[in-house]
Ligand binder design. Structure first.
Ligand SMILES: [Zn+2]
Length: 499
């Protein structure tokens, strides 16, 4: 009896496995981006708000798109770092395979792919060169040279989008590089043969980027995996998500939702495998689903285009939510000086105050710092974070030159430090036409009132600026009292007006 139940179980199990194998190709590419977004919504309380803000910024950028001019003709180059996280040597894919992935990204996004001829004639008019390119980073976030391929050995045998552990060294992965300067692409063994997933604009910086199954990376002859996802199109698809694109059928499996792109046909759900001819849904005949689009679920060999609408959308993301990547020097190998005051409010100080500066840089690491402080003591410094005293009121220039022996860069900020008088100044006194109030940085005046000798308020002014001019041309000559309400409380000053 026992054996029979067991045999029956075994039989059922085998049948289920066979069924699962039969069903496997129907599932299409395993992109976990939508599921990952749901995980983020549950786990990260600020995510939804940041995502909405990013979407609004993209919408604004889209609206600024000049009518008729579909695409900006300036090519954008996005610096990429590949984090190869491996436990087995087979997962530690060679540089050549990673480089072939970079080449596929550049071909697909610039519509230089060899299979554009497979785009059906009715869709060819919509196909676009997105003007977006990808370059391998040559400098790391610490300013050191890098190959752009960052290898990390791990004890973890697989990773999943649910735990997202590949993105932190503390959990057996590799930490993200500053995503305002780099597109992070992690390559690892993803559980359940998920091909990849991407964060969307609005993700936390440490979670921002694309994750790829190591078997999906690159193309022949370097990618030797015998499956339908060995031509590097998973990265094309996931980077499409990273630049804000949805799946071509939208989020749900209805005809009522959309990918919010005008020139992709409405379609019900994903297209899988490699269909022959048109697949219609949502009354989109005769041409049917655009299953050749990179944002559908077909095999690598069967996808070959982004549309103009998708290109415009991705460029709008690059001009808004991901705008900082434009200023990245990660691929150009420059050295750029940066500085701020250590405390943000310290660009406004009173005479006699000290200011601490914080020098930093982008690109290659500097070995020397040279500062010039107009109006400051000392007037020069070679420290990275010098402290400077300002004794006289005025607006002063700060200059920083960083150098590493081979290169140097100078950043100059005019009128960067505003030094006010030590105390509130009121002048001239006596006055004829105008009374000027100059506030000290040490307090904030909110309101001034001029009171005549009968106790009547003859002038009241709300104060927003550091320097306030009061028009007293219409007032009779005599003695007045100026009542000043500030963060320090109420104070009075006698002023006389003469004619
Ligand atoms: Zn996807």
């Amino acid at each position: 009896m026992r054996t029979r139940v067991f045999s029956l179980l075994l039989l059922l199990l085998t049948a289920a496995q066979a069924l699962a194998q039969d069903l496997a190709p129907v599932r299409g590419r395993g992109c976990a981006t939508d599921s990952y977004q749901e995980v983020m919504q549950q786990r990260d309380p600020g995510f939804e708000q940041r995502r909405q803000q990013a979407l609004e910024a993209v919408q604004q950028a889209l609206q600024q798109q000049p009518e008729g001019q579909h695409l900006r003709q300036v090519t954008i180059s996005i610096p990429v770092v590949f984090h190869v996280v491996y436990s087995k040597e087979s997962e530690n894919i060679p540089d050549a395979q990673v480089l072939s992935q970079l080449a596929v990204l550049n071909e697909d996004f610039r519509r230089l792919n060899a299979d554009t001829t497979n785009t059906p004639a009715p869709f060819r008019a919509f196909a676009a060169d997105t003007e977006i390119e990808f370059c391998l980073a040559i400098v790391d976030p610490q300013g050191n040279p890098t190959s752009g391929i960052n290898r990390t050995q791990t004890t973890k045998t697989s990773f999943s989008y649910i735990s997202d552990q590949v993105k932190a060294s503390a959990s057996g992965g590799a930490d993200a590089w500053d995503p305002t300067q780099y597109l992070n692409i992690w390559i690892c063994n993803l559980a359940n043969d998920e091909l990849g997933y991407s964060s969307s604009p609005g993700a936390l910086p440490e979670r921002d980027g694309v994750v790829l199954h190591y078997r999906s990376v690159g193309t022949a002859p370097f990618n030797k995996s015998a499956w339908s996802y060995n031509l590097g199109r998973t990265a094309t698809h996931e980077v499409g998500h990273w630049l804000g694109l949805k799946h071509i059928w939208g989020l749900g499996m209805t005809c009522n939702d959309s990918d919010d792109i005008d020139d992709t046909p409405n379609q019900l759900n994903e297209t899988v495998g490699c269909p022959e001819g048109a697949v219609t849904s949502c009354r989109n005949g005769p041409n049917g689903n655009m299953w050749q689009n990179y944002m559908d679920y077909t095999n690598d060999a069967c996808m070959n285009l982004f549309t103009r609408g998708q290109a415009i959308y991705m460029q709008s993301v690059l001009r808004s939510a991901r705008g900082s990547i434009f200023n990245s020097v990660a691929c150009t190998g420059e050295l750029r000086s940066r500085f701020e005051t250590a405390q943000p409010q310290d660009t406004l100080v009173a005479a006699g105050d000290q200011v601490q500066f914080a020098g930093s840089s982008a690109g290659f690491k500097p070995t020397s710092w040279l500062w010039h402080f107009e109006g400051g003591t000392p007037a020069t410094s070679t420290e990275q974070n010098p402290t400077i005293r300002y004794t006289r009121p005025g607006k002063y220039r700060v200059t920083l030159t960083t150098s590493n022996g081979n290169m140097s860069h100078t950043l100059e900020k005019e009128e960067y430090i505003y030094v006010t008088a030590e105390d509130l100044l009121v002048y001239p006194n006596p006055a004829t036409g105008f009374i000027t109030l100059e506030q000290s940085a040490r307090e904030q005046v909110q309101q001034v009132e001029l009171v005549n000798r009968y106790g009547q308020i003859v002038l009241r002014q709300q104060v927003q600026d550091r320097v306030v001019r009061m028009d007293v041309r219409e007032l009779p000559a005599g003695m007045y009292v100026l009542r000043i309400s500030s963060t320090d409380g109420l104070s009075v000053k006698k002023v006389s007006i003469v004619k």
